[in-house]
Design a protein. Sequence first.
Length: 476
Amino acid sequence: HAAWRNAEGQTNGSSQQLPSNELSYGSSVTSNDAIDTCYSLIFYHLENLLHNNRPLADSMVSACAAVQDKLFLTRLFTFLLESSNIDTLLRIDSSEAESFLKKQNNADLICRYYSVQGKHLEGGRVAYERACSPQSIPLGQRIEWLTRAQTCFRTAQKSQRRSISSMPDEDLQKTEAEVNDTLRVATLQHRVLENIQALPEFPEYLDAAKIAELKTTLVDVNSLFHEFAAKIPLYDICLAILHNCRFDKAEVVRDVWNRLFCEVILPSETITRDKDVFHMVQNIASGADVADRILLLPDAVDNGKPIFEDGNWIVPIRERIIKLGKEIYGTGADYTFPVNYIMELLETLRNAVPASMSPGWSLITLVDAGVPFMTLLGAFDNLQPHGILEPRQALSHASATIEFFGYWIDKSRESGQGAGQHSAAQNELSRSMSNGDLMHKLNAMRSRLEQMEGSAVLVLDQLNRIEVAIASLVTM
């Protein structure tokens, strides 16, 4: 008893309480009391070491964890858990510790355990199961669990060659792909939800019960597209969904793009005083069922309605295209970002208000969206009618192309991401010159311009300067 009190005096304020000795003697003492007292003594000193001598505490934990007594191990794990020594508990590599943590019904705890133990495959399974649980879980938390699952499976994939796994490489790759796909759709679902919550009024055409599901469950991608993104509508997200699903029906993709364009250029009734512009815009708008939004009023006074020729839509449509291109172009399924069709729409709009945009505006917009320079030159050439162009058309086409070349040269002069590295634009420039593709286009343009004689002198001079600049960059 005296020794007990002496040890108690050395606890330095430890919170682990020794049992009262009020019933510690006589016939009232049972074998369980003796066991509890022994356990308490061990945990009492272990807690003291955990606070004051970590290396010795780790040695003591290792010795305790090696004991075969399951009751003692359960009490040890419980002590570590309840005394906020969770990190120490997670470092114990034993089937008993794993079993104990599973029984806590705490996915975060067991997932952390598997991570510490290097069992990333098991951790990924736990995280993915939690993300897809039928329970009501906020969407944000589901995305966090999917992200954890993705990280676990990626790590397991990398460590396959160094460890034995119960899952073959092919199955692991399929599982990782499934998790990645689920995470992408969940992220799109979160974007839909954010857009709905940002609406000034809750739309009557949306079911409140469906919105509740959107907040706490993982909605399948078809429902996300048809019941939410297309109905609201959210055309950017519609395109992202089509891209994620590798949906390759051109007429559907073009329809969504057409509606996106109309949403930007005709957000409400808009006036034009030009008959040609009216028919040009109406032709685009008819495909989105909003042809009635463009009004031809040649002699209209200012009545508060936007005027198409003012070009208030120019910056917004450029920004939308660039943002979408950076999201979905160049990552597979490029048919959801149909370059030729978008180029055609942009050129139609540019020709409607040529004074508001430079000749190469469409090309520069799309290259800023991530489309390669040479791809755009081909798409731009495809817009021109076959055969001999009229002088005005040929000069317009050449001016736009030369402006685009100038932009390409400027981008090529920018530094790459690393010291001494060329920019991506310069790499493409050098590659296109070395394989002859770019030189072929330059020669073809020169030939067309020379046939025009005097009317193309200025443009030919610009082309000469372009060729000199390209030559200097290629030889750098």
